[in-house]
Design a binder for this molecule. Structure first.
Ligand code: 5GP
Length: 111
């Protein structure tokens, strides 16, 4: 299934990119819920965290590392949320694994 995120990876849709290497892409969420709202995604098409295989686990390490770097760069290192939705019941809309890096204001309780 071709998702909007795959189109962003392939350059078919624009995005405000803040990090990119061969494996990982990060860009600003089009509908931010906080002053800083960045999506960090693997370029590999993995639908969600439940679909991760053993061989993909290094990508998770790299995503966490990118989140740390971006949190510093965007000055939210003292308080942010890094979250992923898994499946429709969680509210996941785009079936391409992505982590929301959210901060820049006092965040509320988890829902
Ligand atoms: P989900 O609910 O799947 O965890 O979150 C998907 C996120 O992707 C939402 O926060 C939504 O605003 C964002 N999003 C959806 N389409 C686009 C797009 O075309 N560009 C960007 N930058 N973000 C998008």
């Amino acid at each position: 299934m071709t998702t909007v995120f795959k189109k962003i990876i392939d350059g078919e849709l624009p995005a405000d990119k803040v990090f990119e290497n061969d494996r990982i892409l990060a860009f600003k969420d089009i509908n931010p819920v906080a002053p800083i709202h960045i999506l960090i995604i693997p370029k590999k098409e993995i639908p969600d965290i439940q679909s991760l295989s053993e061989e993909d686990l290094d990508l998770m390490k790299e995503i966490v590392s990118v989140a740390q770097v971006l949190a510093k760069r965007f000055d939210i290192a003292e308080g942010y949320r890094l979250l992923t939705n898994n499946g429709p019941l969680s509210g996941q809309i785009v079936p391409h694994l992505h982590f929301h890096l959210i901060g820049g204001r006092q965040l509320g309780a988890m829902a």
